[in-house]
Design a protein around this ligand. Structure first.
Ligand code: SAH
Length: 397
């Protein structure tokens, strides 16, 4: 058993209700001073009466100072533990997907706070965001090797949240060798994934189900994919029979990826890319009188922290407004947000407000979520982050 970390009276309630975080003000600092623990140290959490709540790890330097990994205080964070959790996670993915391309581990949603693993066939990309998980890094790598015999394991430990935990930022191939090209199939479309140098882990699996849904609506349509990255939406719409697809992104690296993925799927002749700031590009398209039947707005998080809400909300409102201005009559607007702090209602409101501003009416006909390889932990609202709203936009009633 690990050393105990005692909570103050009544502070065990949230944990008992299913949450797994402990905040630093909830610790009984007289009996078990937080500062006597080291970053990442493994502990048994106890209520004020000394009853064990479970096992996890701490970081005395962060606001969320503890994360529970098991309700059993006797468990140890070792190879066996990780093997079991990974197998449980894999079973949920295999229930949904028949090919080995998915997010294998989604942090708290899979009972592994601080850990994300994306699987691209025989290549695994690991992101660790807490000191506790960082200490388990070697075990995690070993379990991946034992279970999957991978070609390569890459650590993409470059997310800014690591700094809060006092962890260094780095990107490293920690096992094997990266194949020259990493290819996945999502729905029915092939993509080449830049696991090094790309955004986050290289690919956004979280929109898979929403992309599949939109594929059923685009035959013969002119599609505009804004904030396209590698064309996760755009190329998939081209393979689904769209007449033409235009991808917009500020990054040349991203648009080179779109070109490669279009060629891979034999749809290059339908695809156009435009490099630039999405707001400017959309305004320019509008000035030129361009119209599209389907516009996808899937931006980076405009509300990263709570205090950015106002400016972020306004950015969502504005980008959706210009999107509607380049939509042909009765067109479809797919508006997504990955900002946890912007709720589904907020996003609906941003689009609704934009539509009234330019005298359009919107009908919300479908609401998408992150896919099943990003399971939500019902007690932890932060694990639900993707909203994907499908609107039809019509002239004013
Ligand atoms: N829609 C993508 C994911 C978007 S990631 C997908 O489905 O995979 C965010 C993308 O927006 C990145 O590729 C980034 O280069 C781009 N980006 C960020 N700010 C931008 C801006 N102001 N204008 C255009 N592109 C932007």
């Amino acid at each position: 058993m690990y050393p105990s970390l005692k909570l103050k009276k009544n502070e065990e309630r949230r944990i008992k209700q299913g949450h797994v975080w402990v905040f630093s003000n909830e610790v009984d600092n007289e009996k078990t001073p937080l500062k006597e623990f080291t970053a990442g140290q493994r502990v048994v959490f106890e209520d004020s009466a000394g009853k064990p709540l479970g096992m996890g790890y701490v970081n005395p330097n962060t606001l969320i100072c503890g994360r529970l990994l098991s309700r059993s205080a006797k468990l140890e964070l070792n190879l066996k533990f990780f093997k079991k959790r990974l197998q449980e996670a894999q079973a949920l993915r295999e229930l949904h997907f028949d090919q080995p391309f998915y997010r294998l581990v989604f942090g708290e949603g899979d009972g592994l706070p601080g850990l994300v693993i994306d699987r691209f066939g025989a290549v695994f990309v690991v992101q660790i965001t807490t000191a506790g998980m960082e200490l388990a890094k070697d075990d995690i790598i070993q379990v991946l090797i034992n279970l999957y015999h991978p070609d390569a394991i890459v650590m993409r430990n470059d997310s800014a949240s690591r700094q809060l935990e006092g962890l260094p930022l780095y990107e490293e191939v920690v096992f094997g060798e990266l194949p020259e090209q990493i290819e996945i199939v999502e729905n029915n479309t092939r993509f080449i994934i830049p696991v090094v140098g790309g955004q986050k882990t290289g690919w956004f699996y979280d929109h898979r189900m929403a992309r599949a849904r939109l594929q059923t609506l685009v035959k013969g349509k002119r599609v505009l994919d804004v904030f396209s990255y590698l064309g996760g939406w755009g190329v998939a719409m081209a393979t689904a029979g769209a007449e033409s697809v235009t991808c917009v992104d500020s990054s040349e690296f991203a648009l080179d990826g779109v070109d490669r993925n279009a060629a891979l799927n034999g749809v290059s002749e339908k695809m156009t890319t435009i490099q630039g700031n999405a707001f400017d590009v959309l305004n320019a398209l509008r000035m030129e009188g361009e119209k599209f039947d389907v516009v996808i707005i899937d931006p980076p998080a405009f509300v990263k922290r709570k205090k950015d809400f106002k400016a972020g909300f306004e950015a969502y409102r504005r980008i959706n407004e210009i999107a509607m201005r380049v939509l042909a009559p009765d067109g479809i607007l797919v508006s997504a947000s990955c900002s946890h702090h912007l709720t589904r209602d907020n996003l609906v409101q941003a689009v609704q407000s934009a539509s009234r501003h330019i005298d359009r009416n919107v009908q919300l006909f479908e609401q998408g979520h992150q896919g099943p390889d990003h399971p939500v932990h019902p007690a932890i609202p932060e694990t639900e982050y993707i909203k994907t709203l499908f609107f039809r936009v019509i002239a004013s009633w």
